[in-house]
Every structure is written in structure tokens, then in C-alpha cells.
Design a protein around this ligand. Structure first.
Ligand code: NAD
Ligand code: UFG
Length: 346
């Protein structure tokens, strides 16, 4: 089968990288995947193969290793675009180990951009985050909202990465750049063959919730019910990881297809446009799965944003992307994945 082109996916065995690899393969792209396996397992490739029938070419490589990255580009002169997921992403750990985060998340991007320039790669799609907006004054938040001082070294790496990409484009880089600002990615592939694999006690809401529902954790702590929101708990825009993965396919298409007329640097919010509170999310999960989630209200978590949700209009109009999955379906997929993880451990 003729492919649409070859895409290098860094962080390819990670949570979002694996789902995006599936969507790219299903859309007709050839994927060259790389990961240093610092936060994922090689077994993810089996899941990708089981879903798509294709095992992507994979390299266990660190993005900061210039020679190894050069070797991947040299071996695959057909690489037309890069999707750069590889990064360290634990907010709390970044406060403890800031230099690790600055080194891993900044150097890897620089190494990749230099290799792309050398090899004439057409463009890069970069994983950014709505964390760059901090607590926005106006909701839903648009891409033009001011960037606020980062609350963690991790958040700061996303801001600096965005600036590196902007400056490289302004300086006349040969490649195009699309920065995707994700809201809160959740859920798993409907096959339950790939999903999120948190190591140790999860820091994020959904894996903690599904582990509690499975009886692995005693109860979920809801961090605060005294915020100035309708039910007092924090509000986020929870986006299905499969919908998010599809946004990357459209972003790659936009970069590779001259006729789409993409600019040298573009930025898109990737969210549903709907804010959901923590308590509402628990209720929706219980209704969708029929499984109870024991929870208690505890104090606020330091540094939490009170409420944020996306204005995704630019992505809707320009990228032609729209979130499709309902929250209930996405939560059911997260639960199916949790159940499958439990079965694998038996
Ligand atoms: P993940 O940890 O599951 O995936 C990242 C992958 O990158 C892992 O497999 C890890 O082993 C790999 N990796 C890390 N450093 C590397 C290096 N130097 N070289 C090679 N591989 C390396 O995380 P994810 O949730 O899939 O996130 C993907 C990207 O999206 C990250 O850049 C993250 O910051 C960003 N993001 C994630 C979220 C979220 O809530 N999950 C939200 C906004 C942005
Ligand atoms: N929450 C709880 N209990 C928990 C975990 C979370 O009540 O055990 C609450 C939080 O207070 C917050 C909401 O659930 O209100 C979501 O929290 P997450 O930790 O799942 O997600 P955040 O929005 O805080 O942050 C995540 C990533 C960031 C990223 C951001 C936007 O951790 O790195 O989404 O993409 F920048």
C-alpha cells in the first residue's frame, strides 16, 4: 500500500504517542517510533500491532543523544514530519528535580530541530499544554490569551519550548511548526489494547479514579470543594486521547500538504470546549460504568488552577478537527482499560 509519508514519533510508546501512532497508521502514514522507555514499556508495540496489524519501526533512543538522533534521520531519509511527544511530565517531580526537566524537555527539542534542519524535514507538531495559560481571566480560553508565569519547572519547559519553536521560525527555519495546546487528555483506545500506564501512585485524576473504582486505592481525594465554581470543585476540559490523537494526524496533514496553506507557525487549543468539575466527573463515571467511586473531600492541592476550558474554534475551523467522543464514552474506555490492566496482572 502506498503510504502518505513517513512520520517520526518521539515518545512513541507513551500514552498519547501510542494512540497517535495508531491513528497515523490507520490514516495511511508510515511511522518511525522512538522512545527511551523511561516512562513506557516496549510491550505497547504489541498493542499497536494488534489494533493496526502493523508494527511500527521502533528505536530505543534518547532524544538528547545527538548521534543516535542523527542516525535515525540518516537511516530514514523519507521522514517528512516529526511529532515530538518525548518529555518528562510529572509536575511534582519537576519541582524536586528542575534540572532534569530542563535538560530533558529543552535539549531534546533543540537536538531534533537541528536534525530536522539538516535533513530538510517539512515540519514538527509539538505537544504543548493549556498549562501555559495559568488561570485565564476570560473563559473559554483562546490561543491569544496571555501566557502566564509558569507554576512549575515542567510548565516552564512547555513555555520555553514554545518560545524556542517561535524563535526558530522567526529566524527562518526550513520547517513548519504546529504547537498543540492540549487540555486534559483522558481515556484509552476503545479496543482497550493501549492506554495510560502510570508508574506508582497516579498523580492525575482519571488513573487515580479508575484505580479506586478497581479497589487498588481505598478512596479518591477530591482536592477542594470550596472554590468559586458551581459545585465548589475545580473545572477542566477533559479530552478523549483518541480525539487528541486524531488532531495530530490533521496537524501533520496540514504541514505536509502545501494546498492547505499552513503558516510557518501555528498554535491550536485541543479541547472539547466544555468545562467539567471533579464532582461532575465522578458522577458521570459512576453513571457510565455502574461502578461506585468512594471519595472524600480534602484540602486544596497547592498550585491548582481553579477552572480552565478551551475555546477550540480555531482548531475546528482551520484544522477541521472537533472532539467527537462523549465524556461518558471516554470514561467507559478508561474503565475498560483499567479492567484489562487488572486482568493482565492476574
Ligand atoms: P508519557 O510519559 O506517557 O509519554 C512520553 C514518552 O516519552 C514516554 O514513553 C517516555 O518514555 C518518553 N521519553 C521521555 N523522555 C525521553 C527522551 N529524552 N527521549 C526519548 N523518549 C523520552 O506522556 P504523555 O501523557 O503521552 O505525554 C506526551 C506529551 O504530551 C508530553 O510532551 C507531555 O508533556 C505532553 N502533554 C501531556 C499531557 C497529559 O496530561 N498527558 C497534557 C499536556 C501535554
Ligand atoms: N484531582 C483530584 N484528586 C486527585 C487528582 C486530581 O481532585 O487525586 C483534581 C485536581 O485538583 C484538578 C483535576 O482533578 O482539579 C484534574 O487534575 P489532574 O492532576 O488530572 O490534571 P491537571 O489539570 O491538574 O494537570 C494536567 C497535567 C498537567 C497539564 C494539564 C493540562 O498534570 O501537566 O493537565 O494538560 F499541564
Amino acid at each position: 500500500m502506498a503510504t502518505k509519508g513517513t512520520i517520526l514519533v518521539t515518545g512513541g510508546t507513551g500514552y498519547i504517542g501510542s494512540h497517535t501512532t495508531v491513528e497515523l497508521i490507520q490514516a495511511g502514514y508510515k511511522v518511525v517510533s522512538l522512545d527511551n522507555l523511561s516512562n513506557s514499556s516496549i510491550n505497547v508495540l504489541e498493542g499497536i500491532e494488534a489494533i493496526t496489524g502493523i508494527r511500527p519501526t521502533f528505536y530505543e533512543v534518547d532524544c538528547n543523544d545527538e548521534q543516535a538522533i542523527e542516525a535515525v534521520f540518516a537511516k530514514h531519509p523519507d521522514i517528512q514530519g516529526v511529532i515530538h511527544f518525548a518529555a518528562s511530565k510529572a509536575v511534582g517531580e519537576s519541582v524536586q528535580k528542575p534540572l532534569l526537566y530542563y535538560r530533558n524537555n529543552l535539549l531534546s527539542l533543540i537536538v531534533l530541530l537541528e536534525a530536522m534542519q539538516r535533513h530538510g524535514t517539512k515540519g514538527i507538531v509539538f505537544s504543548s499544554s493549556c498549562t501555559v495559560y495559568g488561570q485565564p481571566e476570560i473563559l473559554p480560553v483562546t490561543e491569544d490569551a496571555p501566557i502566564q508565569v509558569a507554576l512549575s519547572p515542567y510548565g516552564n519547559t512547555k513555555q520555553i519550548n514554545e518560545e524556542i519553536l517561535r524563535d526558530a521560525v522567526y529566524a527562518g527555519a526550513s520547517y513548519k511548526v504546529i504547537r498543540l495546546r492540549y487540555f486534559n487528555p483522558i481515556g484509552a483506545h476503545p479496543s482497550a489494547l493501549i492506554g495510560e500506564l502510570p508508574l506508582g501512585a497516579p498523580q492525575n485524576l482519571i488513573p487515580y479514579l479508575t484505580q479506586t473504582a478497581a479497589g487498588i486505592r481505598q478512596e479518591l481525594s477530591v482536592f477542594g470543594d470550596d472554590y468559586n465554581t458551581p459545585d465548589g470543585s475545580c473545572i477542566r476540559d477533559y479530552i478523549s486521547v483518541v480525539d487528541l490523537a486524531k488532531a495530530h494526524v490533521l496537524a501533520v496533514e496540514r504541514i505536509l500538504d502545501e494546498a492547505k496553506g499552513s503558516e510557518a507557525l501555528e498554535t491550536f487549543n485541543i479541547g472539547t470546549g466544555r468545562g467539567v468539575s471533579v464532582l461532575e466527573l465522578i458522577r458521570t463515571f459512576e453513571a457510565a460504568t455502574g461502578v461506585k467511586v468512594p471519595y472524600k473531600i480534602v484540602g486544596r492541592r497547592e498550585g491548582d488552577i481553579v477552572q480552565v476550558w478551551a475555546n477550540p474554534e480555531r482548531a475546528n475551523k482551520v484544522l477541521g478537527w472537533q472532539a467527537q467522543e462523549s465524556l461518558a464514552d471516554t470514561l467507559r474506555s478508561a474503565w475498560a482499560w483499567q479492567v484489562r490492566l487488572g486482568e493482565r496482572e492476574k
